[in-house]
Design a protein around this ligand. Sequence first.
Ligand SMILES: Nc1nc2c(c(=O)[nH]1)N[C@H]1C(S)=C(S)[C@@H](COP(=O)(O)O)O[C@H]1N2
Ligand SMILES: [Mo]
Length: 311
Amino acid sequence: MSKKVCSAPRASEITPEGVYQDRRRFLAAMGLGAGGFLMSPFLRAEDSPRIVGKPFGLRADDRVTPWEDVTSYNNFYEFGTDKSDPADYSGTLKPKPWTVKVDGLCDNPGQFQLEDFLKPHTIEDRIYRHRCVEAWSMVVPWRGIPLASLIKRAGPQSAAKYVEFTTLADPSQMRGIEQQFLNWPYTEGLRLDEAMHPLALLVTGVYGRDLPNQNGAPLRLIVPWKYGFKGAKSIVRIRFSEEQPKTAWNMAASSEYGFFANVNPAVDHPRWTQSKERRIGDFIKRATLPFNGYAEEVASLYDGMDLVKNF
Ligand SMILES: Nc1nc2c(c(=O)[nH]1)N[C@H]1C(S)=C(S)[C@@H](COP(=O)(O)O)O[C@H]1N2
Ligand SMILES: [Mo]
């Protein structure tokens, strides 16, 4: 446990109550408060998500996906490959206590209890679109902290170009591990500049509550401008490296799942079009937007890159 990493939250990190209230009004004005959150039978007033910062990427016609869908239609192959398996079988996962290891090319490596790892930070609630073209598309109110702030404290060295995320692989908690659906442990990776983008979040909750096991308790990644598979669940290790990390889906099917996984509506996946998506609960498909609607925020990360080759 490195002392440096644990300090009291700075005053600037705490959302003032007034801002909180303003944001609630703003949300309500957008029709999100009333239509999206407050009418959900699972939400009490104190559960409604707070928004810090602008609700990235949301448009007026975006409706928040119901809690029931967000928590019952999942991909988490450690519990099986059916969409209903994670909700049915992840009760065996023990998200407390939880340890996260930070290592590789950084100045402040260590092994941290999750509470210590997160403590100095205000947990921010943000809203944004999350989606997986291949199977589903949702708008999910995740609660998380910017990955960037944890990376800054870890102090990546100048040789570090990538961040690798490794997730839990414990057969006693995860019935799917017995079968080689993927290479366990599941890994994901980001280029360091992608990982530093304020939209990349380490997520601890959804709908104002702690993450349900099937959504990757107690800590998962959400990279809203990318495919869902970048959202590694139940993270136990964050490693800085010079080499591009191997990722579970790329190892499973390299022609289908590239490292970058930016959503490119102009380029088909080998087995399906990416030009349209159907939001869960919608009947009519909608056009898929470049970078999942976050082009304004993130497109510059990929300036000069061939995004057909770097899919
Ligand atoms: N550890 C782990 N993380 C994972 C997966 C997985 O199988 N194992 N599946 C990924 C895929 S393919 C998707 S689409 C998202 C789904 O997240 P959700 O169920 O919360 O919507 O989780 C990602 N994270
Ligand atoms: Mo996915």
